[in-house]
Design a binder for this molecule. Structure first.
Ligand SMILES: Cc1cc2nc3c(=O)[nH]c(=O)nc-3n(C[C@H](O)[C@H](O)[C@H](O)COP(=O)(O)OP(=O)(O)OC[C@H]3O[C@@H](n4cnc5c(N)ncnc54)[C@H](O)[C@@H]3O)c2cc1C
Length: 457
């Protein structure tokens, strides 16, 4: 039975605890979109702040009953429009479910609620001599639930993998309100189909994550960092091949000239702004020789300047320079950020191609990212309010994603599909793949209430 939406919202308010259902227009507007600026977004009818799994279950049963779309949401730091509000829907915020429920140093796992901020889990693990390895650039403000739903990557994937590689178990509420438990506390588990893997990266379209058991690992023994600058991008590409063979790095990041200039202007730290590219490499296993071997690989590839440090504070400062890349570019103007991942050998062609595309369209393209994974974030920057530049920037961004495909890569390495990459994903995976994805969605969410319109259309 369908009832008018306002009556349905009143019904939900009565079923949940007081204060859980928010309808203040200012609050609704603040939950309209994530950090991606271009995809369509609609203010939700209500924001529901869940604090228990039972409440999440109640919300989804109610939504299925009334065919009301539900957009699950963590911190809204996503870069694909995946958490944007949809027509006639509500936003289900998991921010208030922010407790660490258990941490076991012997078996090296923690059980957390989805609203726990990633960096807080990392700090807690560190206090027990352990590490939670996934390290998105947004760690200080994104949530574990959002990381699971996007299968977030980051700076340390090179050695420790993506979020999926650190998820041992999940509790998920299905669209009909049933609670599904997946995995457990063991590193290995092949009992049945890999449903855990199916839910990681499902962008809120298959279920709502209400609890995550994460794998912890021993804390790094000591960190050593290398900075190398290059007069030409191709030389930096050659250096990466050498670095990956020599050092087993935990991080291998690149910033090109436009990124370097923006970062130095934003927060001066003595970066070489005349360089064509700067590599930032880190090792963390106490093998002090490794970083020196990486330094030699950079010199052999033609680096103009190479510096290494084992000082933690200095290492942190250098890493911060890379983490501020997007904020620094934001200070330069309006931006459109891409997330192309290509085979390693194709990275120099990708970066050179981005520069050519930028020149042809009369916009700046700044390239930075996780070069050790082949995952770059070419970012088109143009002046605020310049409508002509905006349409050139959009064409440039689309060409960059297609260049990634042409080079044998993917249109999204870690940010996800959401709304921003929906059409390009369809182009990449083809009709059979899409049919299978839709069959899975139909089986788990026949009423289509979970994050409709995203990714699968
Ligand atoms: C400066 C900056 C740097 C970034 N660096 C990186 C990076 O290095 N690597 C990277 O991968 N990403 C990065 N991101 C993107 C973003 O932070 C990640 O995608 C992050 O995982 C999103 O988490 P969130 O809590 O903000 O999720 P949201 O943005 O709120 O949601 C993201 C998606 O997850 C779904 N979702 C959220 N919570 C749940 C839940 N409990 N159950 C089911 N679905 C849910 C939403 O519906 C949506 O589809 C960066 C973003 C910024 C702004």
């Amino acid at each position: 039975m369908t009832v008018p939406t306002t009556a349905a919202i009143d019904e939900l308010s009565e079923e949940l605890s007081p204060g859980s259902v928010l309808t203040d227009p200012e609050i609704l507007a603040s939950y309209e979109r994530d950090r991606e600026l271009w995809a369509s977004a609609v203010a939700p009818l209500a924001v529901v702040r869940a604090s228990t799994v039972e409440q999440v279950s109640t919300v989804l049963r109610w939504a299925t009953r009334h065919s009301i779309p539900v957009v699950p949401r963590g911190a809204g730091s996503g870069l694909a429009g995946a958490a944007n509000g949809v027509e006639g829907g509500i936003v289900l915020s998991l921010e208030a479910m922010d407790q660490v429920l258990a941490l076991d140093p012997t078996d090296q796992y923690a059980v957390v609620q989805p609203g726990v901020v990633t960096a807080e889990l990392k700090r807690l693990a560190a206090a027990h001599g352990l590490r939670y390895a996934p390290d998105p650039g947004s760690a200080e403000f994104c949530t574990i639930g959002g990381n699971v739903a996007t299968n977030a990557g980051g700076l340390c994937c090179l050695k420790y993998g993506v979020t999926r590689d650190s998820v041992l178990g999940l509790e998920v509420v299905l669209a009909d309100g049933r609670i599904l438990r997946l995995g457990g506390r063991t590193v290995k588990d092949v009992a049945g189909l890999d449903l855990l893997g199916l839910f990681v990266g499902s962008e809120g379209m298959l279920g709502v994550v209400t609890e995550v058991t994460v794998r912890l690992r021993p804390a790094p023994r000591s960190v050593a960092t290398l900075v190398a600058s290059f007069d030409e991008l191709a030389a930096a590409g050659r250096a990466v091949a050498g670095v990956l063979t020599e050092g087993r790095p935990s991080m291998c990041e690149l910033m090109d000239a436009p990124t370097l200039r923006a970062v130095e202007e934003y927060r001066p730290s003595g970066l070489d702004t005349d360089a064509a590219a700067l590599l930032l490499v880190q090792t963390d296993d106490g093998d002090v020789e490794a970083i020196e071997r990486c330094a030699r690989a950079c010199e052999e590839a033609g680096a103009g300047f190479v510096m290494t440090t084992q000082d933690e504070a200095e290492s942190e400062l250098l890493t911060m320079a890379r983490r501020t890349a997007l904020d620094a570019l934001e200070a330069q103007g309006q931006w459109l950020l891409d997330d192309v991942c290509v085979p390693l050998s194709a990275v120099p062609d990708l970066v050179a191609g981005c520069q050519e595309i930028g020149t042809r369209h009369g916009v700046t393209v700044a390239c930075f990212g996780h070069i050790g994974d082949g995952n770059m974030h070419p970012t088109v920057v143009f002046d605020h309010g310049d409508i002509a530049a905006e349409s050139r920037a959009r064409r440039a961004a689309e060409e960059i994603a297609r260049l990634g495909l042409h080079l044998g890569g993917t249109v999204t390495g870690e940010h996800g599909v959401g709304l921003a990459k929906r059409d390009l994903m369809a182009e990449q995976v083809g009709p059979v793949h899409l049919d299978v994805q839709r069959a899975v969605k139909e089986a788990l969410d026949p009423a289509g209430i979970l994050n409709p319109g995203k990714s699968l259309g």
